[in-house]
Design a protein around this ligand. Structure first.
Ligand SMILES: C[S@@+](CC[C@H](N)C(=O)[O-])C[C@H]1O[C@@H](n2cnc3c(N)ncnc32)[C@H](O)[C@@H]1O
Length: 334
């Protein structure tokens, strides 16, 4: 079957990387069909249960057909495809166009709805059994049946200011979840955050069922992270310690997500920031299992130091936070 991920427009590359990270977590075999603006389509036999853990996807669709963005072609497609709809099931059609405004969306929804209605099915706009979606992007129209909608509101409930322990410079929950997903961690596996701060990454990893280990050099951070984790019912192992000398066994963790100090106003325990990155990357390389990933958030590029520590660079993303801070997100593989 063809499956489309309606990606959020909040970042150019992270939403697709997040989907790919989750597919890897389940060892899914798939083929890329289309990589369009805010829409990623794959061919896969059976979708693993990844939709509920995604943060930067809005909806997941079973693709029923793809055609050019042209009213006649869309009408033909909607009129001809197998809708997989039972006679007693109700439906509605929702349409969206990415960035451009080529067609009138509410007209398109009505026209497509009328075509399906004429095929003998009942409309229910409030509480339909089945939602069909038409996504218009880069000159292509993807017609699909909604399989899953991501509950993106849950991330708002976990915003840093709503947690009992707050400290500036934290990652927002959707970014933290995307990084956890890019790490391809699975339920029951161990994720380490060696600079855990308030515990934002650990919370997102814990909520998908990973075993969490958090380390921070500051006692107040460990106590605060502990309070935050408990508030969301997550258990984790939290340790006051130095990311450059972790005391964990070699090849013992399945994923690492780290957000070390950027050297702005942050406190760090090392001779220099360069030293901190160098020693902590060597230490994380030692602890990580072979073939697994470490995700590093930094302000300066870390590729040279990471290669020196023995990693290969798998991906890099840039995330603008504000005028004077653009984060580098580097995905490393051991
Ligand atoms: C950018 S903050 C991490 C924020 C975290 N991602 C969050 O969402 O709260 C960096 C953290 O690294 C900690 N830190 C600094 N040097 C360290 C070291 N050598 N070992 C472990 N933690 C260290 C600081 O105490 C700080 O909490």
């Amino acid at each position: 079957m063809k499956v489309a991920f309606e990606l959020s427009g909040e970042h150019e590359t992270l939403p697709k990387a997040e989907v790919l990270g989750c597919l890897e977590a389940f060892g899914a075999r798939f083929k890329e069909v289309a990589d369009l603006d805010q829409l990623f389509v794959i061919e896969i036999e059976k979708v693993p249960p990844i939709a509920m853990r995604l943060a930067m996807t809005h909806h997941v669709l079973e693709v029923l057909g793809i055609c050019p963005v042209e009213l006649g072609a869309i009408a033909d497609l909607v009129g001809a495809v197998d809708l997989d709809l039972k006679k007693d099931e109700t439906f509605c059609v929702r349409a969206k166009q990415v960035k451009e405004h080529v067609l009138n969306i509410s007209d398109l929804e009505k026209k497509a709805g009328a075509i399906i209605y004429k095929r003998g099915y009942r409309v229910n706009l409030e509480n339909p059994d089945v939602v069909f979606r038409l996504i218009l992007t880069e000159g292509q129209c993807i017609f699909g049946r909604l399989m899953y909608s991501v509950d993106r509101k849950q991330y708002e409930h976990r915003r840093p200011h709503r947690r009992p322990f707050f400290h500036p410079g934290v990652l927002l929950p959707r970014t933290a979840r995307a990084l956890v997903n890019i790490s391809s961690i699975c339920k029951g596996e161990t994720l380490l955050d060696p600079f855990c701060g308030t515990g934002g990454v650990l919370m997102e990893a814990g909520l998908i069922g990973a075993r969490c280990i958090g380390v921070d050099v500051q006692r107040k951070m460990i106590l605060g992270a502990n309070t935050n984790l408990q508030t969301y019912g997550i258990s984790g192992e939290l340790v006051i310690g130095d990311a450059c000398n972790l005391g964990l066994a070699g090849n013992s963790v399945d994923a690492i997500v780290m957000d070390p100090p950027y050297g702005r106003s942050a406190l760090f325990l090392a001779r220099s920031l360069e030293d901190l990155y160098d020693s902590s990357l060597k230490e994380t390389h030692r602890i990580l299992r072979q073939g697994k990933k470490a995700i590093v958030v930094s302000q300066a590029p870390i590729e040279r130091i990471a290669k020196g520590a023995g990693f290969t660079i798998a991906e890099s993303h840039r995330q603008r936070v504000h005028k004077s801070l653009t984060r580098q997100i580097t995905v490393l593989r051991k």
